[in-house]
Design a protein around this ligand. Structure first.
Ligand code: C2E
Ligand code: MG
Ligand code: MG
Ligand code: MG
Length: 281
């Protein structure tokens, strides 16, 4: 595009590209040491039963605070960690930490952990999950791994096999950000997902009355139901959005309306209370 616009544009873009490359290099170097330097921690966002309003679990979300640059969004550093091949070690730390912390919560509270497609390419992932469960004492049924549709784009590399072996451990799987990637109904029927997470873009669209968004949520809910899967509406921010996804039959909800990602102590306190008590407090 810059080429079409002529030479002058190249001059404008070049320094910016340079800064981006430089920033990447700096962030990548910092990422390599982020865990040993204690710069990472997990936040936990409540997941709520749409029908009863009860807390069913939390999703672990990785946070990185760079000593000079401050907090950096996972939307920025996760792709970088993937490209730099650091996601396996970071992902292992996330899994172990989340299992350790969740093991002390009440036994009906589940913990969802995001796993990058890259982690699933390596058969060693099964060993890591097994070890994280054994070391923490968390029962496999309480662990839910969130994967996106992108894992199925590398099927030849064995991700499906890894998923099967993880399922055999008793761990649950959910399909994250549904509808934003290369959705194929084939893998939905081949892989035993416990739930489908409907991306926030559809939730927002539906509550604004966008007919396509409503149609898609309705279809996904029907499909999930017939396959025996739950549906989680992601990114519910308002009462109107909550009402909409509840009317459309989503079984679980998650979003700022129910709770922001919380530090571990606050998550533990919440887990130890009934959700209704927490609402009244
Ligand atoms: P995700 O797994 O789909 O997580 C949901 C994201 O939506 C989180 O962003 C969460 O803070 C945000 N969110 C939740 N409720 C609301 C809401 O009501 N409104 C809005 N606007 N946003 C909401 P976050 O924490 O920035 O994470 C972004 C993405 O980074 C995650 O999307 C996930 O793909 C990735 N990620 C985060 N932690 C990890 C991790 O430990 N491992 C891997 N592989 N990826 C991670
Ligand atoms: Mg997720
Ligand atoms: Mg998501
Ligand atoms: Mg997302």
């Amino acid at each position: 595009r810059a080429k079409d616009a002529g030479r002058g544009v190249f001059r404008t873009y070049e320094p910016q590209l340079h800064v981006q490359a430089e920033e990447r290099r700096v962030l990548e170097m910092a990422l390599r040491k982020a865990i040993e330097n204690n710069e990472m921690h997990l936040n936990y966002q409540p997941v709520v039963d749409a029908g009863t309003g009860g807390l069913t679990g939390f999703e672990a979300l990785l946070r990185w605070t760079h000593p000079e640059l401050g907090p950096i969004s996972p939307a920025k550093f996760i792709p970088l960690a993937e490209e730099a091949r650091l996601i396996e070690s970071i992902g292992e730390w996330v899994l172990r930490t989340a299992c350790d912390e969740a093991a002390s919560w009440p036994s009906h509270i589940r913990i969802a952990v995001n796993a990058s497609a890259d982690q699933l390419q390596n058969a060693n992932f099964v060993t890591v999950v097994t070890s994280a469960l054994a070391n923490s004492g968390l029962s496999a049924e309480r662990l839910e791994l969130e994967v996106t549709e992108s894992v199925f784009m590398h099927e030849g590399l064995g991700a499906t096999k890894t998923l099967e072996r993880v399922l055999d451990l008793g761990v649950r799987l959910s399909l994250d950000d549904f509808g934003t990637g290369y959705s194929s109904l084939g893998y939905l029927s081949r892989t035993r997902f416990s739930s489908i997470k409907i991306d926030r873009s559809f939730v927002q669209g539906a509550s604004k009355g966008v007919r396509e968004a409503i149609a898609i949520i309705r279809a996904v809910v029907a499909l999930a139901k017939s396959l025996g899967m739950a549906t989680t509406a992601e990114g519910v921010e308002t009462e109107a959005e909550h009402q909409m996804v509840q009317d459309l039959g989503c079984t679980k909800v998650q979003g700022f309306y129910f709770g922001r990602p919380l530090p571990v102590e606050e998550a533990r306190t919440l887990a130890n209370r009934r959700w209704s008590d927490a609402q009244a407090a």
